[in-house]
Design a protein around this ligand. Structure first.
Ligand code: F6P
Length: 328
């Protein structure tokens, strides 16, 4: 029989994402609702290995639902990859009488949680928080909606100056391995071309597309490039190529970078985070472990953590086609 859960630890780890605070708030308040204790673990696995803990009550999380970043701070930990590091973390959890963990983060966070569970049989539950939307088992990760809205707002502004000067802009957006941000924000901002890691269009097709665009009467263009796009080494190399091969274009580059990770979460992310936090705590109280909470067809569902880590999200092919048609 599973040990009764009286105290839950919650932490955020990996790249922060808007809406993480709303998720923390939800976890803390769901614990309070069920009369169990909640402990905040600071700086992800780094803080877990140092016993950097603080008891959180329902009132500790007042007025954070609308804030970006994470009040628990975050980190990417090398030491937790070692058994010595994980043993240290485990001993602090035992000392603090923590019975289960809610891990808010991405696949690195969940991989750490899986290993930890395997080694110490410690109950863990994941909540997907990353702007990349690259986690299997959920249609949306917390932070993604805010990030694409930030990108669209930025591109709208770039469009003003691009069209005033008749320029071509390469706009690099985040997404090391996936093109969800690029594709969705690109369609939303009316980009002329979208370059994503999942589809290697090649330089020739890009040049062809830009030529067609010019011939059709467009005087300025926006090309959205995902960080992990495979054409060229980086966005500056793309600019150099176009400078050399299409001198008729006046090219500029904007790298949106970490502004995509900040800001007040959208209503969608706040609601998603609130729903996921409730499900995470109640699933642990039901004796479940080693799952990730996700949203599938607008229902909050559990997916085995291992599947969430190993599975690959797929790019929306219909959206890719819409994008192609829109570039006519
Ligand atoms: O995983 C989220 C993410 O924002 C990626 O899109 C990006 O490639 C990476 O984190 C940047 O990480 P860091 O903040 O460590 O530079």
């Amino acid at each position: 029989m599973n040990k009764k859960i009286n105290k839950i630890g919650v932490m955020t780890s990996g790249g922060d994402a808007p809406g993480m605070n709303a998720a923390i708030r939800s976890v803390v308040r769901t614990c309070a609702y069920h009369n169990i204790e909640c402990v905040g673990i600071y700086r992800g696995y780094e803080g877990m290995m140092e016993g950097d803990f603080k008891t959180l009550t329902a009132r500790s999380v007042n007025h954070i639902i609308h804030t970006g970043g994470t009040v628990l701070k975050s980190a990417r930990s090398e030491e937790f990859r070692t058994i010595e590091g994980r043993k240290k973390a485990h001993s602090y959890l035992i000392k603090e009488n923590i019975d289960a963990l809610v891990l808010i983060g991405g696949d690195g966070t969940f991989t750490g949680g899986l290993i930890f569970n395997e080694e110490f049989n410690f109950p863990v539950m994941g909540i997907p928080g990353t702007i990349d939307n690259d986690i299997f088992g959920t249609n949306f990760t917390i932070g993604y909606d805010t990030a694409i809205n930030t990108v669209v707002e930025a591109i709208d502004k770039i469009r003003d100056t691009a069209s005033s000067h008749k320029r071509l802009f390469f706009v690099e957006v985040m997404g090391r391995d996936v093109g969800h941000i690029a594709l969705n924000a690109g369609v939303g901002a009316g980009a002329e071309e979208i370059l994503i890691p999942e589809e290697d269009l090649g330089l020739d097709r890009l040049v062809e597309s830009l030529k067609r665009s010019k011939a059709s009467g467009k005087s300025s263009s926006i090309v959205v490039v995902a960080e992990g796009d495979k054409i060229g080494k980086n966005v500056f190399e793309l600019k150099d190529y176009i400078d050399e091969n299409m001198p008729e274009y006046d090219v500029r580059v904007t790298v949106l970078g970490h502004i995509q990770r900040g800001g007040s979460p959208t209503c969608f992310d706040r609601v998603l985070a609130s729903r996921m936090g409730v499900k995470a705590v109640e699933s642990l109280l039901d004796g479940k472990s080693n799952y990730m909470v996700g949203i599938l067809d607008n229902k909050i569902e559990l997916t085995a953590l291992e599947k969430a880590v190993k599975g690959k999200t797929e790019i929306n092919l219909e959206l890719l086609r819409v994008s192609d048609i829109m570039t006519t």
